[in-house]
Ligand binder design. Sequence first.
Ligand SMILES: *Cc1c(COP(=O)(O)O)cnc(C)c1O
Length: 398
Amino acid sequence: MKVSFSPPSITQREIQMVCEVLQSGWITTGPKTKEFEEKLSSYCGIEKTLCLNSATAGLELVLRLMDIGPGDEVITTPYTFAATANVILHCGAKPVFADIREDDFNLDVSLLEPLINKKTKAIIPVDFAGIPCDYQSIYGLIEKKRKIFRPKKGSPQENLGRIMILSDAAHSFGSVYRGQKAGSLADFSVFSFHAVKNLTTAEGGAVCFNAIGGIDSAEIYKKLRLLSLHGQSKDALDKFKAGSWFYTIETAGYKYNMTDIAAAIGIGQLERFDSEITPKRKEIFHFYQNQINGNVIFPFEKDQEKEGNYHLYPLLLKDPAKRNPLIEYLAKNEIAANVHFIPLPLHPVYERLGYRMKDYPSAFKNFQREISLPIYPDLTQSQMEWVVQKINQFLREN
Ligand SMILES: *Cc1c(COP(=O)(O)O)cnc(C)c1O
Protein backbone atom coordinates (compact mmCIF):
# COMPACT_ATOMS: atom_id res chain seq x y z
CA MET A 1 0.00 0.00 0.00
CA LYS A 2 1.41 3.34 -1.08
CA VAL A 3 1.70 6.01 1.62
CA SER A 4 3.07 9.42 0.70
CA PHE A 5 4.66 11.68 3.28
CA SER A 6 2.65 14.89 3.37
CA PRO A 7 0.22 15.62 0.53
CA PRO A 8 -1.89 18.76 0.93
CA SER A 9 -5.48 18.43 2.18
CA ILE A 10 -7.59 20.06 -0.53
CA THR A 11 -11.38 19.80 -0.63
CA GLN A 12 -14.15 21.06 -2.87
CA ARG A 13 -14.28 24.14 -0.63
CA GLU A 14 -10.75 25.32 -1.56
CA ILE A 15 -11.39 24.51 -5.23
CA GLN A 16 -14.59 26.56 -5.20
CA MET A 17 -12.89 29.51 -3.46
CA VAL A 18 -10.04 29.50 -6.00
CA CYS A 19 -12.50 29.37 -8.92
CA GLU A 20 -14.35 32.38 -7.53
CA VAL A 21 -11.12 34.37 -7.45
CA LEU A 22 -10.17 33.24 -10.97
CA GLN A 23 -13.53 34.46 -12.23
CA SER A 24 -13.52 37.70 -10.22
CA GLY A 25 -11.24 39.71 -12.48
CA TRP A 26 -8.64 40.21 -9.73
CA ILE A 27 -6.09 37.42 -9.10
CA THR A 28 -3.07 39.00 -7.42
CA THR A 29 -2.85 40.76 -4.01
CA GLY A 30 -6.25 42.30 -3.31
CA PRO A 31 -9.49 41.79 -1.37
CA LYS A 32 -9.03 38.04 -0.72
CA THR A 33 -5.56 38.58 0.71
CA LYS A 34 -7.00 41.32 2.98
CA GLU A 35 -9.80 39.00 4.07
CA PHE A 36 -7.34 36.19 4.82
CA GLU A 37 -5.16 38.60 6.83
CA GLU A 38 -8.11 39.72 8.92
CA LYS A 39 -9.21 36.14 9.54
CA LEU A 40 -5.70 35.14 10.57
CA SER A 41 -5.45 38.10 12.97
CA SER A 42 -8.68 37.23 14.69
CA TYR A 43 -7.82 33.50 14.80
CA CYS A 44 -4.47 34.22 16.44
CA GLY A 45 -5.71 37.01 18.72
CA ILE A 46 -3.31 39.58 17.28
CA GLU A 47 -3.75 43.11 15.91
CA LYS A 48 -2.24 42.72 12.45
CA THR A 49 -1.17 40.13 9.90
CA LEU A 50 0.64 40.68 6.63
CA CYS A 51 0.43 37.84 4.11
CA LEU A 52 3.44 37.11 1.91
CA ASN A 53 4.60 34.53 -0.61
CA SER A 54 6.61 32.56 1.99
CA ALA A 55 7.71 32.36 5.61
CA THR A 56 11.25 32.99 4.40
CA ALA A 57 10.11 36.37 3.05
CA GLY A 58 8.42 37.18 6.37
CA LEU A 59 11.49 36.36 8.45
CA GLU A 60 13.69 38.46 6.19
CA LEU A 61 11.33 41.45 6.11
CA VAL A 62 11.12 41.62 9.90
CA LEU A 63 14.92 41.61 10.17
CA ARG A 64 15.08 44.33 7.47
CA LEU A 65 12.35 46.36 9.21
CA MET A 66 14.40 46.30 12.39
CA ASP A 67 17.50 47.32 10.45
CA ILE A 68 19.42 44.22 11.45
CA GLY A 69 22.53 43.78 9.32
CA PRO A 70 26.32 43.66 9.22
CA GLY A 71 27.91 43.66 12.67
CA ASP A 72 24.75 42.26 14.31
CA GLU A 73 24.16 38.80 15.73
CA VAL A 74 20.94 36.80 15.72
CA ILE A 75 20.57 33.74 17.93
CA THR A 76 18.64 30.74 16.65
CA THR A 77 18.63 26.96 16.64
CA PRO A 78 20.75 24.73 14.39
CA TYR A 79 17.80 22.28 14.38
CA THR A 80 15.67 23.93 11.71
CA PHE A 81 15.13 24.31 8.00
CA ALA A 82 17.82 26.43 6.32
CA ALA A 83 15.38 29.33 5.77
CA THR A 84 15.60 30.38 9.43
CA ALA A 85 19.34 31.04 9.30
CA ASN A 86 19.67 31.87 5.60
CA VAL A 87 17.67 35.07 6.09
CA ILE A 88 20.13 36.17 8.79
CA LEU A 89 22.91 35.74 6.24
CA HIS A 90 20.87 37.55 3.56
CA CYS A 91 20.73 40.58 5.84
CA GLY A 92 24.47 40.44 6.43
CA ALA A 93 24.16 39.55 10.11
CA LYS A 94 25.72 36.56 11.87
CA PRO A 95 23.67 33.53 12.93
CA VAL A 96 24.63 32.27 16.40
CA PHE A 97 23.35 28.80 17.22
CA ALA A 98 22.25 27.50 20.60
CA ASP A 99 21.70 23.78 21.16
CA ILE A 100 18.27 22.24 21.68
CA ARG A 101 16.45 20.26 24.37
CA GLU A 102 16.27 16.59 23.47
CA ASP A 103 12.68 16.11 24.63
CA ASP A 104 10.92 18.64 22.37
CA PHE A 105 13.71 19.68 19.95
CA ASN A 106 13.25 23.36 20.88
CA LEU A 107 15.91 25.92 21.88
CA ASP A 108 17.41 25.17 25.29
CA VAL A 109 16.85 28.55 26.91
CA SER A 110 19.36 27.79 29.66
CA LEU A 111 22.12 27.93 27.02
CA LEU A 112 21.22 31.37 25.67
CA GLU A 113 22.61 33.72 28.30
CA PRO A 114 26.34 33.33 27.53
CA LEU A 115 25.59 33.86 23.81
CA ILE A 116 24.05 37.31 24.37
CA ASN A 117 26.36 40.26 23.91
CA LYS A 118 26.29 43.87 22.66
CA LYS A 119 25.91 42.67 19.06
CA THR A 120 22.83 40.52 19.76
CA LYS A 121 19.76 42.08 18.12
CA ALA A 122 17.27 39.23 17.87
CA ILE A 123 16.45 35.70 18.91
CA ILE A 124 14.57 33.46 16.47
CA PRO A 125 13.02 30.52 18.34
CA VAL A 126 11.60 27.80 16.10
CA ASP A 127 8.46 25.97 17.28
CA PHE A 128 9.62 22.56 16.11
CA ALA A 129 6.84 20.21 14.99
CA GLY A 130 4.35 22.80 16.23
CA ILE A 131 5.40 22.69 19.90
CA PRO A 132 5.74 26.29 21.13
CA CYS A 133 9.11 27.29 22.59
CA ASP A 134 9.46 28.51 26.16
CA TYR A 135 8.66 32.15 25.37
CA GLN A 136 8.20 33.17 29.00
CA SER A 137 11.78 32.21 29.85
CA ILE A 138 13.12 33.84 26.68
CA TYR A 139 11.35 37.11 27.52
CA GLY A 140 12.60 36.85 31.13
CA LEU A 141 16.14 36.51 29.85
CA ILE A 142 16.05 39.46 27.46
CA GLU A 143 14.54 41.69 30.16
CA LYS A 144 17.49 40.75 32.34
CA LYS A 145 19.84 41.63 29.46
CA ARG A 146 18.35 45.05 28.66
CA LYS A 147 21.40 46.84 30.04
CA ILE A 148 23.81 45.33 27.55
CA PHE A 149 21.52 45.90 24.54
CA ARG A 150 22.98 48.37 22.00
CA PRO A 151 20.51 49.36 19.25
CA LYS A 152 21.59 50.94 16.00
CA LYS A 153 20.94 54.71 16.02
CA GLY A 154 17.63 55.52 14.38
CA SER A 155 16.49 51.89 14.09
CA PRO A 156 13.05 50.85 15.39
CA GLN A 157 14.91 48.78 17.96
CA GLU A 158 16.01 51.96 19.69
CA ASN A 159 12.43 52.46 20.85
CA LEU A 160 12.02 48.81 21.69
CA GLY A 161 15.09 49.04 23.91
CA ARG A 162 15.76 45.32 23.97
CA ILE A 163 16.49 42.25 21.89
CA MET A 164 13.62 41.36 19.54
CA ILE A 165 11.93 37.97 19.65
CA LEU A 166 10.99 36.79 16.16
CA SER A 167 9.17 33.47 16.31
CA ASP A 168 9.71 31.08 13.40
CA ALA A 169 6.21 29.66 13.69
CA ALA A 170 6.43 27.88 10.32
CA HIS A 171 5.21 24.70 12.07
CA SER A 172 2.97 26.10 14.78
CA PHE A 173 -0.18 27.57 13.27
CA GLY A 174 -2.96 26.68 15.72
CA SER A 175 -0.66 25.71 18.61
CA VAL A 176 -1.29 27.08 22.09
CA TYR A 177 1.07 28.33 24.82
CA ARG A 178 -0.25 29.52 28.21
CA GLY A 179 -3.72 29.96 26.75
CA GLN A 180 -2.54 32.03 23.78
CA LYS A 181 -2.32 31.03 20.15
CA ALA A 182 0.93 30.84 18.20
CA GLY A 183 1.20 34.09 16.25
CA SER A 184 0.73 36.07 19.46
CA LEU A 185 3.65 34.72 21.49
CA ALA A 186 6.54 36.91 20.29
CA ASP A 187 7.20 40.45 19.03
CA PHE A 188 6.74 39.09 15.52
CA SER A 189 5.65 35.59 14.47
CA VAL A 190 6.00 34.12 11.02
CA PHE A 191 3.86 31.27 9.68
CA SER A 192 4.56 29.16 6.61
CA PHE A 193 1.75 28.04 4.32
CA HIS A 194 4.04 25.97 2.10
CA ALA A 195 2.43 22.89 0.56
CA VAL A 196 3.74 20.52 3.28
CA LYS A 197 2.63 22.67 6.21
CA ASN A 198 -0.50 22.06 8.29
CA LEU A 199 -2.34 24.99 6.72
CA THR A 200 -1.39 25.64 3.13
CA THR A 201 -1.79 28.18 0.33
CA ALA A 202 0.58 26.14 -1.96
CA GLU A 203 3.30 28.70 -1.28
CA GLY A 204 2.79 31.42 1.27
CA GLY A 205 3.51 32.88 4.65
CA ALA A 206 2.35 35.52 7.10
CA VAL A 207 3.82 37.87 9.68
CA CYS A 208 1.72 38.55 12.82
CA PHE A 209 2.35 41.38 15.27
CA ASN A 210 0.97 43.90 17.74
CA ALA A 211 2.25 47.42 18.35
CA ILE A 212 5.90 47.33 19.32
CA GLY A 213 8.34 49.87 20.77
CA GLY A 214 5.89 52.75 20.50
CA ILE A 215 5.07 52.06 16.83
CA ASP A 216 1.43 51.11 16.34
CA SER A 217 0.55 47.99 14.43
CA ALA A 218 -1.04 49.83 11.48
CA GLU A 219 2.24 51.72 10.99
CA ILE A 220 4.26 48.47 11.13
CA TYR A 221 1.85 46.91 8.64
CA LYS A 222 2.35 49.84 6.28
CA LYS A 223 6.13 49.61 6.52
CA LEU A 224 6.21 45.84 6.01
CA ARG A 225 3.79 46.03 3.08
CA LEU A 226 5.92 48.71 1.48
CA LEU A 227 8.99 46.49 1.83
CA SER A 228 7.07 43.52 0.43
CA LEU A 229 6.12 45.19 -2.86
CA HIS A 230 9.02 47.14 -4.32
CA GLY A 231 8.60 49.99 -1.85
CA GLN A 232 5.59 51.24 -3.87
CA SER A 233 3.49 53.90 -2.19
CA LYS A 234 0.30 52.19 -3.47
CA ASP A 235 -0.61 48.53 -3.51
CA ALA A 236 -1.49 46.91 -6.82
CA LEU A 237 -5.25 47.20 -6.33
CA ASP A 238 -5.11 50.95 -5.53
CA LYS A 239 -2.85 51.56 -8.48
CA PHE A 240 -5.30 50.02 -10.93
CA LYS A 241 -8.26 52.15 -9.87
CA ALA A 242 -9.30 54.53 -12.65
CA GLY A 243 -7.29 57.72 -12.60
CA SER A 244 -5.00 56.43 -9.92
CA TRP A 245 -1.89 55.90 -12.00
CA PHE A 246 0.61 57.85 -9.93
CA TYR A 247 2.82 56.11 -7.40
CA THR A 248 6.27 56.59 -5.94
CA ILE A 249 8.97 54.10 -4.95
CA GLU A 250 9.83 54.95 -1.35
CA THR A 251 12.52 52.36 -0.82
CA ALA A 252 14.21 49.60 -2.83
CA GLY A 253 11.75 46.99 -1.60
CA TYR A 254 11.29 43.32 -2.39
CA LYS A 255 8.68 41.27 -4.28
CA TYR A 256 7.14 39.10 -1.59
CA ASN A 257 3.36 39.65 -1.88
CA MET A 258 0.71 36.92 -1.68
CA THR A 259 -1.75 36.42 -4.54
CA ASP A 260 -5.53 36.34 -4.03
CA ILE A 261 -5.52 32.83 -5.51
CA ALA A 262 -3.26 31.67 -2.68
CA ALA A 263 -5.30 33.59 -0.10
CA ALA A 264 -8.48 31.85 -1.32
CA ILE A 265 -6.92 28.44 -0.65
CA GLY A 266 -5.92 29.70 2.81
CA ILE A 267 -9.42 30.94 3.64
CA GLY A 268 -10.83 27.54 2.68
CA GLN A 269 -8.22 25.79 4.84
CA LEU A 270 -8.92 28.06 7.79
CA GLU A 271 -12.64 27.21 7.67
CA ARG A 272 -11.81 23.51 8.08
CA PHE A 273 -8.79 23.92 10.33
CA ASP A 274 -10.25 23.40 13.81
CA SER A 275 -13.07 21.11 12.73
CA GLU A 276 -11.24 18.75 10.34
CA ILE A 277 -7.54 19.36 9.81
CA THR A 278 -6.18 19.40 13.36
CA PRO A 279 -8.55 16.74 14.81
CA LYS A 280 -7.53 14.30 12.07
CA ARG A 281 -3.82 14.90 12.71
CA LYS A 282 -4.39 14.46 16.43
CA GLU A 283 -6.19 11.17 15.85
CA ILE A 284 -3.24 9.83 13.81
CA PHE A 285 -0.78 11.07 16.44
CA HIS A 286 -2.63 9.14 19.15
CA PHE A 287 -2.92 6.08 16.96
CA TYR A 288 0.87 6.01 16.55
CA GLN A 289 1.42 6.69 20.30
CA ASN A 290 -0.84 3.77 21.19
CA GLN A 291 0.13 1.27 18.52
CA ILE A 292 3.87 1.58 17.93
CA ASN A 293 5.79 -0.98 19.92
CA GLY A 294 9.52 -1.13 20.38
CA ASN A 295 12.63 0.65 21.48
CA VAL A 296 11.43 4.18 20.74
CA ILE A 297 10.82 7.53 22.39
CA PHE A 298 7.43 8.99 21.49
CA PRO A 299 7.19 12.65 20.45
CA PHE A 300 6.28 15.33 22.97
CA GLU A 301 2.55 16.05 22.82
CA LYS A 302 1.55 18.57 25.48
CA ASP A 303 1.88 19.64 29.09
CA GLN A 304 0.09 22.17 31.31
CA GLU A 305 1.77 25.04 29.48
CA LYS A 306 1.55 24.12 25.84
CA GLU A 307 -0.10 21.98 23.22
CA GLY A 308 1.08 21.59 19.65
CA ASN A 309 -0.95 21.23 16.46
CA TYR A 310 0.21 17.71 15.51
CA HIS A 311 2.02 19.06 12.47
CA LEU A 312 4.76 16.38 12.57
CA TYR A 313 5.25 13.00 14.20
CA PRO A 314 9.00 13.03 15.04
CA LEU A 315 9.67 9.59 16.49
CA LEU A 316 13.07 8.90 18.12
CA LEU A 317 14.69 5.47 17.91
CA LYS A 318 16.75 4.61 20.98
CA ASP A 319 19.29 2.98 18.69
CA PRO A 320 20.37 5.55 16.06
CA ALA A 321 21.95 2.81 13.92
CA LYS A 322 18.41 1.60 13.09
CA ARG A 323 17.17 4.91 11.70
CA ASN A 324 18.41 4.69 8.10
CA PRO A 325 17.58 0.98 7.75
CA LEU A 326 14.05 1.72 9.00
CA ILE A 327 13.57 4.47 6.40
CA GLU A 328 14.80 2.08 3.69
CA TYR A 329 12.57 -0.72 4.96
CA LEU A 330 9.53 1.57 4.91
CA ALA A 331 10.46 2.81 1.42
CA LYS A 332 10.56 -0.81 0.21
CA ASN A 333 7.01 -1.07 1.47
CA GLU A 334 6.04 2.12 -0.38
CA ILE A 335 5.84 4.18 2.82
CA ALA A 336 7.51 7.58 2.60
CA ALA A 337 9.09 8.80 5.84
CA ASN A 338 11.30 11.83 6.36
CA VAL A 339 13.91 13.33 8.69
CA HIS A 340 13.40 16.69 10.40
CA PHE A 341 15.95 18.22 10.19
CA ILE A 342 19.49 17.83 8.92
CA PRO A 343 21.08 20.29 11.41
CA LEU A 344 22.54 23.35 9.75
CA PRO A 345 26.22 22.74 10.68
CA LEU A 346 26.07 19.58 8.54
CA HIS A 347 25.30 21.59 5.41
CA PRO A 348 28.37 22.68 3.41
CA VAL A 349 27.45 26.37 3.46
CA TYR A 350 27.32 26.51 7.28
CA GLU A 351 30.34 24.28 7.64
CA ARG A 352 32.35 26.65 5.45
CA LEU A 353 31.23 29.51 7.69
CA GLY A 354 32.90 27.72 10.61
CA TYR A 355 29.96 26.08 12.41
CA ARG A 356 30.78 22.63 13.81
CA MET A 357 28.28 19.88 14.59
CA LYS A 358 30.16 18.81 17.72
CA ASP A 359 29.25 22.13 19.34
CA TYR A 360 25.56 21.13 19.34
CA PRO A 361 25.53 17.59 20.75
CA SER A 362 21.79 17.36 21.48
CA ALA A 363 20.90 18.52 17.97
CA PHE A 364 23.23 15.89 16.54
CA LYS A 365 21.91 13.17 18.82
CA ASN A 366 18.28 13.86 17.88
CA PHE A 367 19.09 14.13 14.18
CA GLN A 368 20.73 10.70 14.16
CA ARG A 369 17.77 8.90 15.70
CA GLU A 370 14.79 10.87 14.34
CA ILE A 371 12.24 9.67 11.79
CA SER A 372 9.13 11.66 10.85
CA LEU A 373 6.09 9.51 10.05
CA PRO A 374 3.22 10.39 7.69
CA ILE A 375 0.59 12.48 9.50
CA TYR A 376 -2.01 14.36 7.43
CA PRO A 377 -5.79 14.60 7.05
CA ASP A 378 -6.07 12.33 4.00
CA LEU A 379 -4.21 9.43 5.62
CA THR A 380 -6.70 6.56 5.79
CA GLN A 381 -7.24 4.08 8.63
CA SER A 382 -5.78 1.25 6.58
CA GLN A 383 -2.73 3.36 5.65
CA MET A 384 -2.15 4.17 9.34
CA GLU A 385 -2.43 0.50 10.21
CA TRP A 386 -0.02 -0.41 7.43
CA VAL A 387 2.55 2.12 8.67
CA VAL A 388 2.32 0.81 12.24
CA GLN A 389 2.42 -2.81 11.12
CA LYS A 390 5.60 -2.27 9.11
CA ILE A 391 7.32 -0.23 11.83
CA ASN A 392 6.50 -2.78 14.52
CA GLN A 393 7.67 -5.60 12.27
CA PHE A 394 10.97 -3.82 11.66
CA LEU A 395 11.48 -3.04 15.35
CA ARG A 396 10.72 -6.66 16.28
CA GLU A 397 13.09 -8.15 13.73
CA ASN A 398 16.01 -5.72 14.07
C1 LIG B 1 9.04 25.41 6.00
C2 LIG B 1 9.89 26.15 6.97
C3 LIG B 1 10.33 27.46 6.73
C4 LIG B 1 10.18 28.13 5.39
O1 LIG B 1 8.89 28.28 4.98
P1 LIG B 1 8.61 28.85 3.49
O2 LIG B 1 7.18 29.26 3.55
O3 LIG B 1 8.86 27.71 2.56
O4 LIG B 1 9.53 29.99 3.27
C5 LIG B 1 10.99 28.14 7.73
N1 LIG B 1 11.26 27.56 8.91
C6 LIG B 1 10.88 26.28 9.17
C7 LIG B 1 11.19 25.71 10.51
C8 LIG B 1 10.21 25.53 8.20
O5 LIG B 1 9.89 24.25 8.44
